[in-house]
Ligand binder design. Sequence first.
Ligand code: MOS
Length: 718
Amino acid sequence: MSKQEKIIGAPISRIDGVLKVTGKARYAAEFAVANLAYGFPVQSTIAAGEIVSIDVSAASRAAGVLKVITHENALTLMPRPTVTAQNRGTRSTPVLQDKKIFQYGQYVAFVVAETYEQARLAARLVKVTYKIDTPKIDFDENVKNAYKPEIINAGYKTDTSWGDLENGLKQSDATVSEIYETPIEHHHPMEPHATIAVFRGEKLLVYESTQSVAQARDGIANTFGMPKENIQILSPYIGGGFGSKLQLREHAVLTVMAAKMLNRPVKTAVTRQMMQTSVGLRQLNRQKMRLGASKDGKLLAFAHETLTHTSFDEEFVEQSGVISRMMYAVPNSLVTHRVFPLNIQVPRWTRAPGEAPGSFALESAMDELAYKLKADPIEFRAKNEPAKNPEDGKPWASRSVVAAMKTGAEKFGWNKRQLEPRANRDGKWLVGYGMAAASRGAPYRETSARVRLTRNETVVRALIEMAATDIGTGSYTIIAQTAAETLNLPIEKISVKIGDSALPPTPGSGGSWGAGSYASAVAAVCEKAKTDLQAQVKVRFVKTPTVSELMTAGNLREFQAEATEKPSTESVNYSHFSFGAHFAEVRVDEDLGIVKIPRFLTTVAAGTILNEKTARSQILGGVVWGIGQAMTEETTLDKRYGSYVTRTLGDYHVPVNLDVGTIEVFFLPEEDKIINRLGAKGIGELGITSVAAAIANAIFNAIGKRVRKLPVTPDKLI
Ligand code: MOS
């Protein structure tokens, strides 16, 4: 690097910030398309059974109606293949192909009209009669049907074990055997899902709110049996996804189908109520933890057994126990997942799938065991630090969890904590401190990028193009920063074009792989551009020339390079995780069951931080979701009908400003030379992981009561 200041890591404000706050960054539903028609789905009002008949006559006669699509006249779509970890995100998503009903809110018809209001009104006129079966809704009534799935989400092993668990428990001086439960939760990104589909002959253009333009394109191609080359997905700005926008959803399939049948552009905007029924959820997880340790604080036994549900339509099993395979060293281990179907929608990846519920059970149980041992929770965790990943024996590319806990303890003032609960009172408030260690897989995935350099006199500009997405996380900004630093150009001279499936492929934004993957590919392509330029411009320089000097010397007005960056062969021999620690201060009013969280502190060890400001915002968002998981979020089902009692943000409670006190975030300096060329690990989902445990542990420290079933509503404390 030259004299130029370090740009990677600098807390630069979002380069798309002005567009965002002035409303110029358009979301999928906001694109102006000529001759647009509007679609609105009709949803099932039963949870199990079959359609007997559909009367569309009144709807068809209603003002402005262009088409009513049902299973009787729908286009024939490709059948869904057996779903695997590899094809789940891109497989065919057939809709309106038969009469079967699996869930309340399932799409049973689709009305297209000249205006949104006409479509929405006519959708109410569609009369469906059903043969109704008794739906299976209740967890406890159906848990007897639990079975062992072949694989769980993302292809993890269903069960793992080593050593002899029962023997380990028997040898232990202290044990914990408890059940922890997290409820159904919904994603609820600020921008609801939306799709606009436009056919021009055989070519299809889709404006889609998606975390991955490639998966949206491939999903449509596989559903309609179309060549991928004929489909272009545009998703330049996205108002959050939280996993619900990783995979093509049924409303998008209906929109494309209608556009094809009518030969006219069609738009569908999913309502907040439909966000509850139709774009995925996190299911209820019931996790049994059995831990044992010797009196000097060494873990001897560790079991994490998860029971959860899926739908009758498709199997999806959240990997909640996976975190317990890698976090602590233990000679006797058992981690299992069991699942059974219910008549509610298929679960989907939701805000740190696996870790978010799994870490609540794991880090709560660790706290319970530390208390039984009369040990400090940080010392207890540090004592059980594994030298290698216990599951597969691979070395850590980097693991600074002990440093994260110790640094956090110091900054938080952990020494003020009393081991015994109820020791700290401030007027009517009982004050408690809790902590938890956090980890989240830091996958790095193959990513491509293109750079176009243009020169006007001595001024060189660069345009970076890649099929990446920015779901509100700051992708635009970290891409520009990486290009600016690598090309030695001011950041104002960098433009970024993303959110277009026609650009060089990337894995999209999800699973905490986005930023590290995007930035590594950008660094690679900018390095390649410099090398290629030097090779082409055969002028000798006394010192390393800038791209501007090279292009001037070669009299080049334009230059272009493209590169694909894969995980190195070395990196696959290592385990890649980001780590951190959370600290919570709570104040509990026992008379009213009120909990306040005035102070929260998080330390993060995630290798190179690409932008301290957007990274901090990511962690803040994660912590707020963790507070939601701990305190407020719960989807309530009507067990008679399988419909939702919580249908809006008025009754599905996410934390608001009054629920959140001060949150401090500290990034630990950490070097990871193995994961990728920038040493950047993911942080997208680390922020939420273990937050709920830190809060529940603090509540125990305040009042001596364990809450093992989230959310911690006042009735559970009185
Ligand atoms: Mo994340 S739940 O992989 O968007």
